[in-house]
Design a protein around this ligand. Structure first.
Ligand SMILES: NC(=O)c1ccc[n+]([C@@H]2O[C@H](COP(=O)([O-])OP(=O)(O)OC[C@H]3O[C@@H](n4cnc5c(N)ncnc54)[C@H](OP(=O)(O)O)[C@@H]3O)[C@@H](O)[C@H]2O)c1
Length: 374
């Protein structure tokens, strides 16, 4: 376990996972002794502080707790500008690092490679030289498994060369992992790969509606591009945050790569997800929900405005095709390593889906989708 002397350097605190980690740090008394430094993209520490506070308000952290983060906790900089803060004397005390910064867009983002590969490597090289570093957690993604993974994926199966990826984002994450292992063999590096993260188990989509819109889209169409018995591995962001804090502080870990997923047993089938939507909406259990091809779904294009809200129909078709590909994988990520090393099993998606649904009522499906393509 971490000691009162520990100092955690966190990159990505203005994001979904990083915000959840910081909100957990501020609200969990057991973690109150942990000092924290936040790498934030900002021109000044006060601008960085404002950005972090804004992120924390999404997680409904009390103002009293939010104000415990001050300018002293802010290190201005980014993954691609490590030279601007590498000599900051505050870094000398850092013992633990979590890097959950990165470009997560599924769209053709021009900086995906320079940030997720070059920036990640530059940051890891910099922190690996810190005199008291005990552990560096690099947050990757379970989706480095490409377009044809087996039904249950174990950590050591990937990364693999020459794999077909649905999006450049997952390819960049796979390449970052490969180079981290190659270039930093002596670093106390632990790679953690969360599966698909949707909502928060208590706050639903208030912190972020990332990916939940795709489930809403499928529900609105009354179709999914996979058998109803096919499963999808989804976890809430608060589970991922707690698990990362556990893994970064644990005295001893038995592995250097971990999945954070629901695993085969806790993953939900699309039929179960449809039933959970019905419960959340208080509608009769829908027998009209069915497996369909992308082309059948695309034929509903004339009705997209009423189904998804005012939208760019071509964009929605593209999003539907892409997320349909992920939905068809029928893959779960084995989480037994994490469980053996003390991470609790996550709740099932269907146990908190109603929170996601209720907190998404005021946003159209098309507007909620934008977050994943920015
Ligand atoms: N969400 C998921 O479903 C999921 C699943 C598996 C793995 N992951 C992994 O978890 C990590 C975090 O994902 P997320 O969903 O929290 O993403 P997010 O909400 O998009 O947040 C990304 C964070 O990275 C920061 N960032 C981007 N480029 C940066 C740079 N050049 N230098 C420093 N910071 C930079 C952003 O800062 P700004 O605010 O300044 O832009 C933000 O704080 C990613 O590495 C992702 O691969 C996410």
């Amino acid at each position: 376990m971490s000691t009162t002397k520990d100092c955690l350097l966190l990159a990505g605190a203005t994001g979904f996972l990083g915000g959840a980690i910081l909100s957990e740090l501020l609200q969990n008394e057991e973690l109150s002794g942990l000092k924290v430094l936040l790498v934030v993209r900002a021109k000044t520490p006060s601008e960085g502080l404002e950005r972090v506070w804004k992120s924390l308000r999404r997680f409904e952290v009390s103002e009293e707790n939010i104000e415990r983060i001050r300018v002293e906790n802010i290190v201005c900089g980014g993954l691609t500008t490590t030279e601007s803060f590498a000599d900051d004397p505050r870094l000398q005390k850092v013992t633990l690092v979590i890097n959950c910064a990165g470009i997560t867009s599924f769209g053709p983002h021009p900086e995906v490679w320079t940030t997720n590969v070059d920036g990640t490597l530059a940051f890891a090289h910099m922190v690996s030289k810190l005199p008291h570093l005990r552990r560096l957690i690099h947050v990757s993604t379970a989706m480095i498994c490409g377009s044809k993974p087996p039904h249950v994926v174990q950590e050591d199966m990937y990364p693999q060369p020459k794999l077909r990826h649905f999006v450049p984002y997952t390819e960049s994450k796979a390449e970052a992992e490969r180079r981290l292992r190659e270039e930093l063999p002596n670093c106390p590096l632990v790679i953690v790969r969360p599966t698909i993260v949707v909502g928060h188990s208590k706050l639903g989509c208030k912190p972020s509606g990332s990916i939940f819109w795709a489930f809403r889209m499928s529900d609105a169409l009354r179709m999914v591009t996979a058998p109803l018995t096919s499963r999808i591995d989804v976890v809430p962001v608060d589970y991922v945050a707690q698990a990362l804090l556990h893994l970064v502080r644990a005295k001893k870990l038995h592995h250097t790569t971990y999945h954070l997923g629901a695993g085969d047993e806790q993953s939900c089938s699309f039929g179960e997800i449809n039933d959970a939507f019905s419960r959340a909406m208080k509608r009769k259990k829908g027998s009209d929900f069915r497996q369909a091809t992308f082309h059948e779904a695309a034929e509903l294009q004339p009705h997209f405005y009423e189904l998804f809200g005012k939208c760019n129909k071509r964009f929605m078709l593209g999003a539907m095709r892409l997320y349909g590909s992920f939905a068809s994988l029928n893959t779960a990520f084995d989480n037994s390593r994490a469980v053996e090393d003390g991470v609790p099993t996550p709740p099932r998606f269907t146990d908190y889906l109603h929170e996601c649904y209720n907190s998404s009522k005021d946003i159209t499906i098309s507007d909620q989708a934008m977050i994943d393509f920015a």
